[in-house]
Design a protein around this ligand. Structure first.
Ligand SMILES: *Cc1c(COP(=O)(O)O)cnc(C)c1O
Length: 484
């Protein structure tokens, strides 16, 4: 059978003709994608959910699975156009709400090959080179996190959520008594969810100042718990990008015998930058670390990593299944992959991460992280100079938190939704405490993960926020101090 024989919808991506068949279909998909991007005039389709639903209905949405197919070319072109036209595109600087990065083309290209070869990471006989590449990459990640610990190891996860679950799971499995999670008021929601999933008591919540855990308050919380506690600190909070004082927290944990897991899903890749790494100093003192390469790292979702200072802790994940890792196979030298995850079938996400690091080096990745952090500092300066805007504080990573001066929470929320509905900007929101009494205030945030923008690219966006706030209040917009 030749490269273009038969119904193209039944072609296989692998095998002798796989590459040439993909080379036939991929241009069609990309053609559709390019058309969709042209259709969209901003970072997200305008008109909100109703308009997106209407586009799909107009395109022949049936609400039932189609009984007859339209063929590979038409389906690919049609759906690729729909997706690209209706996407929230983080490669547009105005799409900056979440820790939602624009993936690097090199990683996406690598993922095409990974998907075509489809190694499944649950047994060596499904993934010989993929598992070898993964192991090598993970040794590198373990060394990046714990340079002084040759016994460190790392595994791939679906993201910070799964990594935080593993952090608490390993704490539970390596501690004799009932483990008690302790986390900052600034911690990610997945920490208390992990405690719930694992049947652990709800976390003891340590108060924060400026979105950072207060060390004295942690020491106080640990006093009655001692070695039965597992502390979760955050290196890069979701709301503001603040970094907990990791060194001090690690010292307090040592003194009380508590385990320490650092949620560095956002800030972990600062390790790649010589100038920024000192900001997360103390990370290497943790027992385990969560880091996400689908934030800084510019990978498509999912690209989560979990590093353990002591590889032996990961043996808690060991499990036997006769059909995947029989004892005699393992004894005969076949690597046991099943114990490297809580999942069974697993995509080779490490492949595109490894290709990316091979292409850029950690130095190249670090330079991109630096760009984002510099841009955030500069955008915050624009906010500080703008008479109609108020800054929450200086960015520690790449999150700029601000609000229109004099706005109440309702206006802040409406400004965000108005811009979203218009399709002109995707801005985040966060309720931040105003004091120790539990009251909070709503702020807007830009999470800057676009590695090729400068502050200049956000001038118009800030002016738009000001103009929208003025329009919502029914007053004329003040002039921009920057553009004028
Ligand atoms: C993103 C993030 C998470 C959740 O990670 P997922 O990859 O979405 O599962 C957890 N903690 C922090 C601090 C994060 O920034």
């Amino acid at each position: 059978m030749g490269a273009s024989d038969g119904d193209s919808a039944t072609w296989l991506a692998g095998g002798r003709h796989g590459a040439s068949r993909l080379a036939t279909l991929i241009p069609t998909a990309l053609h559709g994608m390019a058309a969709g991007i042209t259709e969209r005039n901003g970072p997200i389709p305008s008109g909100g959910p109703a308009s997106v639903a209407a586009s799909l209905a107009a395109a022949g949405g049936t609400k039932r699975l189609p009984k007859t197919g339209i063929g590979a070319e038409q389906a690919l072109e049609h759906y690729s156009t729909l997706l690209a036209a209706g996407t929230a595109d983080p490669a547009d600087p105005s799409c900056a709400a979440h820790l939602h990065c624009p993936p690097l083309a090199v990683s996406v290209a690598a993922d095409v090959v990974a998907a075509a070869m489809n190694p499944s990471m649950d047994s060596w006989d499904q993934a010989p080179m993929a598992s070898e590449l993964e192991a090598e990459f993970l040794t590198g990640i373990a060394h990046l996190c714990f340079p002084a610990n040759p016994t460190a190891d790392a595994v791939v996860t679906s993201g910070g959520t799964e990594s935080n679950l593993l952090g608490l799971l390993l704490a539970r499995e390596t501690t004799a008594s009932t483990i008690r999670p302790v986390c900052g008021a600034n911690s990610h929601h997945s920490v208390s969810r992990a405690a719930w999933l694992l049947g652990l008591p709800a976390p003891v919540v340590v108060p924060c100042q400026d979105d950072r855990m207060i060390p004295e308050a942690l020491a106080e919380a640990l006093a009655p718990l001692g070695a039965s506690a597992v502390v979760v600190a955050t290196a890069g909070t979701t709301n503001t990008g603040r970094i907990d004082p990791l060194g001090e927290i690690a010292r307090i944990c040592r003194l009380s015998g508590a385990r320490l897991h650092v949620d560095a899903a956002y800030g972990g890749l600062l390790l790649c930058s010589q100038s920024l790494a000192p900001r997360i100093a103390g990370l290497e003192l943790a027992d385990s670390v969560a880091l996400d390469m689908h934030k800084f790292g510019w990978q498509p979702v999912a690209a989560g990593l979990f590093a353990a200072r002591n590889a032996a802790d990961l043996s808690a994940l060991t499990v036997r299944a006769e059909y995947l890792n029989a004892d005699d196979d393992t004894e005969a030298g076949l690597p046991d992959l099943l114990g490297r995850s809580i999942r069974t079938s697993r995509r080779p996400d490490a492949f595109r991460m490894a290709v990316t690091v091979r292409a850029l080096g950690t130095q190249g990745l670090g330079a991109l992280v630096e760009r984002c952090c510099t841009t955030a500092t500069e955008v915050n300066e624009l906010v500080e100079r703008h008479p109609a805007l108020q800054s929450w504080g200086k960015p520690e990573l790449s999150t700029v938190v601000f609000r229109p001066r004099g706005a109440d929470d309702d206006l802040v929320a409406r400004v965000r939704r108005t811009l979203l509905e218009a399709g002109t900007a995707v801005i985040g929101r966060g309720a931040l405490p105003t004091g120790p009494d539990g009251t909070s205030q709503l702020w807007l945030k830009l999470t800057l993960l676009h590695p090729h923008t400068t502050a200049e690219d956000y001038v118009e966006l800030l002016d738009r926020v000001v103009a929208t706030a003025a329009a919502e209040r029914g007053v004329p917009a003040p002039q921009s101090p920057v553009a004028s």
